[in-house]
Ligand binder design. Structure first.
Ligand code: MN
Ligand code: MN
Length: 271
């Protein structure tokens, strides 16, 4: 009997490092509600289906307390998920949580390639004096050597400081102005995928703290994902702010991205 690939959700209800508005701590439960709602089913666009072609497991929310221990707890949960034979799919929370998640993935797999969707490069050395800001996770990841490649897609807010940081770290930025799905490279594994929902146009994803017009369509994100063939060792979906959502549509989008990411993880899993 074949054992199904297991993709495990890990809820990270933290928005303590958000620079402007709180709310993403409420995202994991909003995404779960949308994911398991009878409004839709668990079919994915590639023809696979959760529960049949892969198992979608849920580790629940970590009991984060807005203390310095949160990062270590997050990293430990990711390491435990991988040790259990699962591929972790983290539900933020704000984008600061990507750093401890990637740290846990790195502990198991070494330096990863990261495919990062975002309106913002999140490369600030610090933001408003906070080096753990959700505007800084990729500076911390690159400094720590957790990634051997970082490709950012959808960027449309590049400041001079972040441009210098990108150059310093060798980050490949595919700006929104130059975007087409085929421009995004097909990365070598082990691959980590980070989706900040504000990378998507606010017309389709209004429930975020930093909406930035002129973004990616959902179809474009899916087209980029579909081209990726490398084994995926972890992923996150971050920055949903349910307080700013409209009729739950951004939570519904996040739930769809959970299914599509999980299906891609199952498809690309080495035999
Ligand atoms: Mn962003
Ligand atoms: Mn971000």
């Amino acid at each position: 009997m074949n054992v199904l690939p297991v993709i495990e959700l890990i809820g990270l209800p933290s928005d303590v490092n958000s620079s402007f508005e709180r709310g993403p701590a409420e995202a994991p439960s909003a995404i779960r509600s949308a994911l398991w709602s009878d409004r839709g089913n668990l079919a994915c666009e590639d023809g696979q289906e959760a529960g049949i072609d892969f198992e979608l497991r849920d580790r629940g929310d970590l009991p984060l307390r807005e203390t310095a221990d949160d990062d270590a707890m997050t990293t430990a949960a990711v390491e435990a998920s991988i040790a259990d034979g699962a591929i972790p799919l983290a539900l933020g929370g704000d984008h600061a949580m990507t750093c401890p998640v990637v740290r846990g993935v790195h502990a198991a797999h070494g330096p990863v390639a990261i495919l990062h969707f975002d309106a913002h490069p999140d490369l600030y050395d610090d933001f408003a004096g906070n080096p753990r800001s959700h505007a800084s996770p990729f500076a911390r990841i690159m400094e720590a050597g957790l990634a051997r490649q970082l490709v950012q897609v959808g960027i449309r807010t590049l400041t001079a400081h972040c441009r210098a940081q990108a150059k310093r770290f060798g980050v490949e930025i595919i700006s929104m102005a130059d975007f087409a799905p085929a421009v995004v490279p097909v990365l070598d594994g082990p691959l980590y995928i980070s989706i900040d929902l504000d990378g998507i146009d606010p017309a389709e994803a209004p429930g975020v703290s930093h909406p930035e017009p002129g973004g990616l369509t959902v179809r474009e994100v899916l087209a980029v994902l579909r081209r990726q063939t490398a084994p995926i060792v972890g992923a996150d979906i971050v920055e949903l702010n349910p307080r700013l959502d409209q009729n739950g549509r951004t939570a519904i989008l996040a739930a769809k991205l959970v299914r599509e990411l999980a299906s891609l993880m199952a498809r690309n899993k080495p035999a």
